[in-house]
Write a protein that binds this ligand. Structure first.
Ligand code: WT7
Length: 626
């Protein structure tokens, strides 16, 4: 028997109307089934489709010669390249034919570990064309992290670059893949059979016969058309790993139809896109932002999207403004951390450029502080461009709370109102919904929405536990928020053990586990602290076994081990070596106290007398880094 939908009528009607604007091979029998108690959510049951027909084929009649992708290389001296919708369609078809020839089929998983070039976007769409599941691993993660993700996702193929340009550095991606495939075999059996290498830096690399192939060689023989496989609404589209408050990174599983409907619609609604707009999202495709608003969102709407290979400060901190001028960018979507880091170089830098093409500015990834908001508004948007502060998560797939550009009233540092079809609420500690308009509480979502993650790949139980256990019948976001008299939401930040470093989520437990791998470390506790540029930084308290160890050497070794196990993004900014960590009598580390210490909020440390070792608190305060 089919599950009944409990979705209220207005949500039901809204999503039906939105879904009807897409191209389906077969429409759904039921719009939505399942609920947050069972955690068995489905959308568009019975429907068949292919998301790439909606991203590409559908546009060919009117937009064949319109630019789909603008590629801005790391080095501004290198020529920019373009792909029209017609060309992108051909490229995707050829890549899909390559995958078929290599023996991949619907339901297989392909992992992408690449720099930001058009082949990455093309590769994702090629997978989607065939019902192959993609999983992108950000190129800043270590070979050990890559190994873990390959193991968990059971990927059969890895697509990589020989190397990737990042500012004045080259990241040796292929050699990291080699390490991931060869150095950790003891941890588990990988399913990877093939490695496809796209040439980019012409770096010298090892190619293993029978396993490694050059993309350039194989693609030559691939036909320019490939029919789009018909997939079910709930067939998986991709897996994307993200950190949580406990355990290993989780592979969030997103499925096809719901993701398409919500992501395409939120892009249109939030950014108020017009036909000739040029949309630039500065994120990396390795994060959800790059999936939803570089790749799928713009293409579903027939918009021109920019792929930027570089970093904001190379070759100079004027790079963003140069790119805006050069490509007549109308929409800039970036992170508060990037805004703060560029602001630091002075107001006169953006003023040297003609940025009159800009119409809308976006912010994502972390709460934007008022100061950065005003700078962004004044010096980038010249007081003319609305800022949309978009709140969402890897788990939500698409934007959930945001102003609509030019429609919603602007209020600095407020994500503002939920999108239509989305119902966020605030709950108190006990999980009771707070009905007063003006309130503060934990942010939950009350009803299923189409682009929500359906599971954690391979561990549905953990999915239930993580998001649906804290408050029964609700999806818990892990964020706290305030709501004002206009019903505008202001996100205050994570309320769990997750640190948001430069808009990237780092689980404290994961960093602690990495630090504890050091032979001279007994235990560690990691907390976040306010950081001018990054939003939050990572502060690690560690207890060495041998207190005689040279502290500077030990700190360097700790940074190195975190870089090796997780990647450079998780390296602690501050390390404090302590004799003991504050613990409860049952042995639990009191991170709350450590957080108060790093924030210099000593007045609110609270009663420490019930601790197992109250004396260590004083000690930690005395020896605290500056
Ligand atoms: C966490 C999700 C959404 C894509 C990028 C990050 C924080 C995200 C905002 C915002 C305040 C924000 C939240 C959220 N966050 N956007 N506009 N205002 N906080 O995706 O890595 O899944 O992280 O980022 O804390 O839970 P993510």
């Amino acid at each position: 028997m089919k599950n009944k939908s409990l979705l209220p009528d207005d949500l039901h009607n809204y999503w039906t109307e939105v879904a009807n604007t897409y191209q389906w091979k077969k429409k759904w029998d039921q719009l939505q089934t399942g609920d947050f108690e069972q955690v068995n959510i489905e959308w568009f049951q019975g429907a068949k489709l292919n998301i790439t027909e909606n991203c590409l084929d559908r546009h060919l009649e009117k937009r064949r010669n319109k630019k789909a992708v603008i590629f801005e290389p790391n080095n501004p001296q290198e020529a920019t390249s373009f792909l029209t919708y017609g060309e992108l369609h051909v490229s995707v078809c050829r890549f899909a034919n390559l995958l078929i020839k290599q023996g991949l089929k619907k339901g297989d998983v392909v992992c992408f570990y690449m720099g930001m070039t058009p082949e990455l976007l093309i590769g994702l769409l090629a997978c989607a064309r065939l019902g192959i599941v993609h999983t992108v691993v950000f190129g800043g993660f270590s070979s050990q992290s890559l190994h873990g993700r390959l193991l968990d996702s059971k990927a059969k193929m890895v697509v990589t670059h020989d190397g990737s340009f990042r500012g004045d550095k080259i990241v040796g991606l292929k050699s990291m893949v080699d390490e991931a495939l060869e150095n950790f075999q003891q941890i588990g059996e990988l399913a990877v059979e093939k490695v496809l290498v796209v040439k980019r830096t012409q770096s010298e690399i090892q190619m293993k016969p029978g396993r490694d192939y050059f993309y350039e060689t194989l693609i030559k023989d691939c036909d320019i058309y490939c029919p789009a496989t018909s997939v079910e609404a709930e067939d998986p589209l991709f897996i994307l790993y993200t950190s949580g408050s406990t355990g290993k990174p989780k592979g969030l599983l997103h499925t096809t139809a719901g993701y398409m409907v919500h992501v395409g619609n939120s892009f249109k609604e939030v950014f108020q896109i017009k036909e000739n707009d040029i949309f630039w999202c500065t994120a990396d495709i390795g994060w959800i932002t790059g999936h939803s608003y570089i790749t799928y969102g713009p293409l579903l709407n027939g918009t021109t999207t920019v792929i930027f290979e570089g970093i904001p400060t190379y070759p100079s901190p004027a790079r963003f403004w140069e790119v805006i001028e050069k490509h007549h960018i109308t929409h800039l979507y970036t992170a508060p951390t990037a805004i703060r880091s560029l602001e630091k170089f002075g107001n006169d830098i953006p003023e040297k450029f003609n940025m009159s093409s800009l119409k809308v500015l976006g912010s994502v990834g972390e709460p934007i502080n008022e100061e950065a908001w005003h700078w962004y508004h004044k010096y980038v948007g010249k007081q003319r461009c609305p800022i949309v502060d978009t709140w969402w998560q890897t788990e939500t797939g698409g934007i959930m709370i945001s102003a609509k550009a030019g429609i919603t009233k602007l209020k600095p540092a407020h994500a503002s109102l939920p999108l239509e079809g989305v119902l966020p609420i605030l709950v108190d500690e006990k999980g009771n919904e707070i009905h007063e308009t003006v309130a503060e509480g934990n942010l939950c979502i009350k009803w299923p929405w189409p682009s929500m993650a359906r599971s954690i790949f391979g561990d549905h139980e953990r999915f239930k536990q993580t998001y649906f256990q804290t408050y029964k019948g609700l999806y818990f976001t892990g964020d706290g928020a305030r709501r004002d008299h206009d019903s505008f939401f202001r996100i205050t930040g994570r309320v769990d053990d997750v640190i948001n470093v430069s808009g990237h989520r780092i689980g404290t437990a994961e960093v602690e586990d990495a630090i504890n791998e050091h032979p001279n470390i007994t235990e560690s506790a990691v907390v976040g602290f306010s950081h001018d540029i990054k939003g939050q930084g990572i502060y690690a308290f560690v207890t060495p076994m041998k207190s005689s160890a040279d502290h500077e050497i030990l700190k360097k070794e700790i940074r190195d081990i975190v870089q090796k196990i997780i990647g450079p993004i998780a390296k602690p900014d501050q390390i404090q070596i302590v004799k003991a960590l504050p613990k409860t009598r049952s042995g639990k580390i009191m991170r709350r106290i450590l957080r108060k210490i790093v924030e210099n909020d000593l007045a609110n440390i609270g009663d420490t007398s019930t601790l197992l070792n109250p004396e260590c608190v004083e000690q930690i305060i005395k020896t605290k880094n500056n």
